[in-house]
Design a protein around this ligand. Structure first.
Ligand SMILES: Nc1ncnc2c1ncn2[C@@H]1O[C@H](COP(=O)(O)OP(=O)(O)OP(=O)(O)O)[C@@H](O)[C@H]1O
Length: 481
């Protein structure tokens, strides 16, 4: 646990007074008028929490100048205050230890409605903290009785692993707890897992929360390995992806309408993009995916992407894309980056061509001179290789991840500084999610960069995305040798 003194934290502030009574709920110790603030892992967040609680405008922490741009935040309730009557104390303690102290906008707006029991559609920018919002709801309803009480449905194994990790981090408790406070069991039921193993697990120690991909979950339900009768909360993350662009829509419909009824559960849908959201809300009610009084919580509707993203494009001939990318990487010197490449078409596969990902990886391995590791993540890899790529990436330490759109949804890599669209995404929504793999520190002021490498004839496509998503893309002029 990190400890620092308020004297060290606040030399700039003329407003702070150590004589000011400190609210008893705060984790402070007052020693000889020097305030000690026991800070969990996320120092920046804790400092924000401190300055907001003490109603001052800025602080200095080490070399960082920390400020709250928005005066709205000053005096806002903390996450603990919002959750106190609903979420068990040991989860709230863990939440603060991890560094979740102040709510993000979506958490502040959604949590009271979620705790009221109403169905919700959480529609907020990428990286805005939707996962924590729905997990706090789940922990508010779960009892440690032996039955499945909450299900989170995700589109990919990768996102499932991530949600499971956050859920387990929140539930973990080093102290032996008794009765109601015993930490809950979370099962990941994801594509690529073995159903037989899950079957025995379900029998031996039924989990309270299951994080599942739609396919695997429906297989279990079809074989009657478990039922949804005790499920109180059903969350569908990246709901638009599952509904509109995947092969799993029929399984999802069954899950929402046949295997369980919206009247017996609280339903939460989450995504950063819900195209035609009015129509979607209407469908939710008409099709009985949710109850009639479902609430659409739409945060920053006029700014669909984080405003701290800087968008650029560079025009070059198709044959020069690899060299152009390389020179961009050398001049940007990213901490870490994802390079998005289009999936190989069936036609190209049949013709026996090498996929663009392989060609690009080979090129980077021979030509890139920097210190970043080069990694690959794509659908066609087996589940073990996918998991080990992601594990490498999560270790941090700097990498260039060459990926298809499988890495575009939900995956949370907070150290990511740059995104490169080596191939343009197919839709504006795909652009939004790719761009959203960076800029994932809710209270930071750092700017992040998204660069697209395009052929002259693709300029109008990018222009269309700019209009649809309301952002400006700056042209970079290639340097002539
Ligand atoms: N209250 C909070 N304080 C500090 N950090 C937070 C808070 N809530 C979430 N985060 C962090 O913000 C990042 C993004 O959160 P999360 O993955 O839930 O975003 P999301 O809204 O689901 O994004 P996407 O739509 O891209 O899936 C994560 O690294 C998470 O740990």
């Amino acid at each position: 646990m990190d400890t620092f003194s308020a004297a060290q934290l606040l030399p700039l502030s003329p407003v702070i007074s150590f004589d000011k009574p400190i609210p008893s709920c705060l984790p402070f110790h007052s020693q000889n008028r020097c305030l000690r603030f026991f800070c969990p892992t996320n120092r920046n967040n804790s400092a924000i929490y401190l300055i907001s609680k003490l109603r001052i405008s800025h602080a200095v922490l080490g070399n960082s100048y920390i400020t709250h741009e928005s005066n709205d935040v000053v005096g806002n309730p903390t996450l603990r205050e919002i959750c106190r009557a609903h979420v068990p104390e040991h989860i709230l303690d863990r939440m603060e230890e991890i560094g979740y102290v102040m709510p993000t906008d979506v958490q502040q707006q959604a949590l009271p409605t979620l705790f009221s029991g109403r169905d919700c559609i959480l529609h907020a920018q990428t990286g805005s903290g939707k996962t924590l919002a729905y997990l706090l709801l789940i922990y508010s309803v779960i009892k440690t009785t032996k039955s499945v009480q909450a299900i989170v449905v995700v589109p990919t194994r990768e996102l499932g692993m991530q949600v499971t990790k956050v859920a387990r981090m929140l539930a973990a408790n080093p102290v032996e707890l008794q009765g109601e406070q015993k930490s809950c069991t979370i099962m990941a039921l994801l594509d690529g897992g073995t159903l037989r193993r899950h079957k025995s697990w379900l029998k031996a120690e039924p989990p309270q929360l299951v994080v599942a991909t739609v396919g695997s979950l429906c297989q279990m339900l079809e074989r009657q390995m478990f039922k949804l009768e005790s499920v109180r909360v059903l969350v569908v993350d990246e709901v638009d992806f599952i509904f509109y662009s995947s092969k799993q829509v029929s399984s999802l419909r069954k899950l929402l309408m046949s295997y369980s009824s919206c009247n017996n559960r609280q339903t939460v849908f989450a995504s950063a993009s819900i195209p035609q959201h009015r129509r979607f809300v209407h469908d939710c009610v008409q099709q009985k995916w949710t109850k009639r009084d479902v609430v659409h919580i739409h945060v920053s509707p006029v700014v669909p992407m984080p405003s701290r993203l800087h968008h650029r494009y560079i025009v070059c001939h198709k044959k020069r894309k690899q060299e152009t990318l390389l020179s961009l990487i050398h001049s940007d010197a990213p901490e870490s980056a994802i390079i998005f490449v289009a999936e190989q078409s069936e036609k190209s596969k049949k013709m026996g061509n090498a996929p663009s990902t392989t060609l690009l990886i080979d090129f980077l391995k021979t030509s890139y001179q920097g210190s970043l590791d080069i990694l690959l993540l794509e659908e066609d890899m087996n589940f073990n290789s996918r998991a080990s790529s992601l594990l490498e990436v999560k270790k941090g330490g700097g990498y260039l991840l060459v990926a298809t759109d499988i890495a575009a949804r939900g995956v949370d890599l907070p150290e990511m500084s740059h995104i490169y669209n080596f191939d343009l995404p197919k839709t504006a929504v795909d652009y939004l999610h790719r761009a959203g793999r960076t800029c994932r520190k809710p209270f930071s002021n750092v700017k992040y960069t998204v660069s697209s490498i395009i052929a002259p004839e693709e300029r109008f496509v990018l222009q269309k995305y700019e209009n649809e998503l309301m952002f400006n893309c700056e042209e970079l002029i290639p340097q002539t040798a």
